[in-house]
Design a protein around this ligand. Sequence first.
Ligand SMILES: Cc1cc2nc3c(=O)[nH]c(=O)nc-3n(C[C@H](O)[C@H](O)[C@H](O)COP(=O)(O)OP(=O)(O)OC[C@H]3O[C@@H](n4cnc5c(N)ncnc54)[C@H](O)[C@@H]3O)c2cc1C
Length: 499
Amino acid sequence: MQEQAIKKLVIVGGGTAGWMSAALTSKLLAGTLNIELVESDAIGTVGVGEATIPPIQVFNDLAGVDEQAFLRDTKATIKLAIEFQNWGAVGDRYLHGFGYIGRKVGAVAFQHVYLKGLAEGNAGPLSDYSLNNTAARANRFNRLPGIGGTPLAGISYAYHFDAGLYAKFLRGMSEAQGVTRREGRIDEVLLDPESGNVTALRMDDGGEVSGDFFIDCSGFNSLVFNKTLGVEFEDWSEWLLCNRALAVPSGSVPESLRPYTQSIAHGAGWQWRIPLQHRTGNGHVFSDEFMSEDEAAGILLGNLEGEALKDPLSIRFTPGCRKKLWHKNCVALGLASGFIEPLESTSIHLIQIGITNLLKVFPTLGDNSAKEREYNRRMRYEYQAIRDFIILHYHLTEREDTPFWKHVKHMGVPEALQQKMAAFEEAGHLYRVDEELFTEVGWLQVMLGQGLRPRSYNALADTLSSAEVRDYLQNLKTIFAATVNKLQPYDEFIKSCAA
Ligand SMILES: Cc1cc2nc3c(=O)[nH]c(=O)nc-3n(C[C@H](O)[C@H](O)[C@H](O)COP(=O)(O)OP(=O)(O)OC[C@H]3O[C@@H](n4cnc5c(N)ncnc54)[C@H](O)[C@@H]3O)c2cc1C
């Protein structure tokens, strides 16, 4: 044990962010740290957040989660992709699948092979060259690490789960690993007058919870970062107009059990459908500048596949993130740190990378300024890169049918996004900056899916003849289709998860 090691970590809040933090720190720092989590049943959690992306498997593995128990206890289903409807134009639909698309040919990146095939009438929809999307459309799934007899990788997947059950599941693991849970309302966060560091939380019963380092997981309340430390918030409403959500669960119907999330654009926002084992999660994210809550509720309730199980829950938010995500002796995670609408299911992922990045530069009782700088640099970058990818979905559209779509189509966008779109439009060029979350394959699917057609492709693709490109694409499509044919029908797989 280092002399300066932190002895007591306090987690402020017990939603998804709080319990993910508790589960991972108690697993990886076992025996070196006393961890206490404070939450209030009376305040409760935000109660939404059900779709994830594949890196969650890395989190679950690190935390020692047993996948079968997790699938059963959180009523989870498998997610292979997101289907976007009405985004590029009303009536359009495309899949943004996880995993890879096609495979490069020698030095020629796949998108150039595909674009050449497209220009010469020898290519089908992009989805045909994605194993994930082929499986999603066929409603089939099995865990599949690779395609036998080929160098092609297998299926990449994430989960849809009940967020409340996931927090409960992680709570069980955390408590078994020694985390203490304190129930009650925090009335005040106490600061050291000299350093400005947080010293303790004052509870509603007058008790205090003290610690060396604090993780603010108090949700939109942002008790430490906003209400106590006053860390400035960077507002991104200029590009992300939606500021409201209505969420409602509906009963399951057989046709709603799909291995993908649906995102259906409406007049001033979009609707999600997330099928779980026992119900479907639905929500309508919209801008209240362009649509009233009554109208938004009518659209949501009119587009449910099963019966509404409750009245819609109304949530207000401001898109953006805090200018610092580590300040003094505190880190903010989850909604306390910021929020980008769940169009690509990135919030739980941001919690995951927040906690794993913190573990990489875990503080001591001494000087943490270099660690703090590095943490803030990485986390701000992650937030901004995700922000730009989400803005792309709105901006890249032919829609002008409502004032909302007219606005987002013609608005200015951040410079980095402009450059990515221009590079693709000019010659199908795709690039990933640093370790940004969404890879070239994600950008390719959304840009083509929403109608951005490159003017040309890389000259390297012309080293392949038209017939070579045609046969290559046909071959890939055939391999994926044959592989998917052998997978289990999705509903059968999901039944096996309940056991
Ligand atoms: C509409 C919507 C849809 C979303 N969909 C997705 C999605 O599909 N995928 C995804 O990855 N993410 C999604 N998210 C984000 C996701 O819900 C959150 O990232 C995640 O649930 C984490 O929330 P949290 O733990 O930060 O906050 P919360 O769940 O709100 O938890 C806050 C905790 O702090 C406690 N607390 C607060 N104040 C006090 C106090 N004074 N005293 C004591 N305790 C206190 C509360 O009791 C609670 O335990 C969505 C968010 C919204 C708003």
